[in-house]
Design a protein around this ligand. Structure first.
Ligand code: PMT
Length: 221
């Protein structure tokens, strides 16, 4: 039985992948299933925390005993995170957030016209939610945890991302078409701003989630 070491704490977890609409029928998206974020939400609740789960496009049932906010785009996710953050002891960004969105949303379905080359898709930058909440903590002592989804130079990129985003912990995991996304297991290294690095061997996503909460609980004191 898990000790209720997060009792009295409010944790905010984002999960899933944002969708950035091009027109009423199409979007730019990613392969996140939300399983890692849901595992974080369930394990935090089991350890006694009050949990706000902000989910994007997972299609999964709301976990019992967790407040769930449903969003779709990166802009909506940012709004929901900023709304929940002031009251949170910890914010964990496990969602896969699109860095860019289409510059223009077409009100009607974009048509394919015979003999015409496809039009290029212009993109604009989305807000970086993790960097924003790390830079502007809602209160002193609030912890911010990010994830890094990498395909190559995993650790080097993770260390650089930890510095750039300014969060307290960064969970670095390798992703691919059939790796991590959608699976029941994950493998990661948790990098801390104080320089410690905690490898988490391949296993159920709940195991990685519990390691994240162990590191968070130790830092919350
Ligand atoms: O959902 P699953 O199928 O279980 O897969 C889990 C996962 C691979 C999605 C998860 O473990 C994971 O790695 N999530 C982060 C994915 C991601 O967006 O990584 P990134 O390296 O692009 O972003 C780094 C961090 O910045 C993330 O915490 C992300 O939430 C955040 N971010 C990114 C872009 C942006 N515009 N705003 C952000 O806040």
């Amino acid at each position: 039985v898990q000790a209720p070491d997060l009792a009295g704490r409010h944790v905010v977890v984002s999960a899933g992948g944002t969708r950035e609409p091009l027109d009423p029928v199409r979007y730019l998206g990613n392969r996140s299933s939300g399983k890692q974020g849901y595992a974080l939400a369930r394990t935090a609740a089991a350890r006694g925390a009050r949990v706000t789960l902000i989910e994007a496009n997972t299609g999964m049932a709301d976990p019992a005993g967790v407040d769930v906010v449903h969003v779709s785009t990166a802009v909506q996710l940012r709004e929901a995170v900023l709304k929940a953050a002031p009251d949170a002891d910890v914010v964990v960004m496990a969602a896969a957030v699109a860095d860019f969105r289409p510059a223009v949303y077409a009100e009607g379905k974009i048509k394919k016209r015979d003999g015409q080359e496809p039009a290029p898709i212009a993109l604009v930058r989305n807000p970086d939610i993790l960097a924003e909440i790390s830079a502007a903590r809602a209160h002193p002592g609030q912890l911010v945890v990010g994830f890094a989804a990498e395909t190559d130079d995993v650790l080097a990129n993770g260390r650089e991302k930890l510095r750039r985003k300014g969060c307290d912990l960064l969970v670095v995991n390798e992703v691919g078409e059939r790796r991590t996304f959608g699976s029941e297991e994950n493998e990661a290294v948790v990098l801390a701003a104080d320089g410690t690095e905690t490898p988490v061997p391949y296993g159920p996503k709940e195991g990685l989630a519990d390691t994240v909460w162990d590191l968070v609980a130790a830092r919350l004191g």
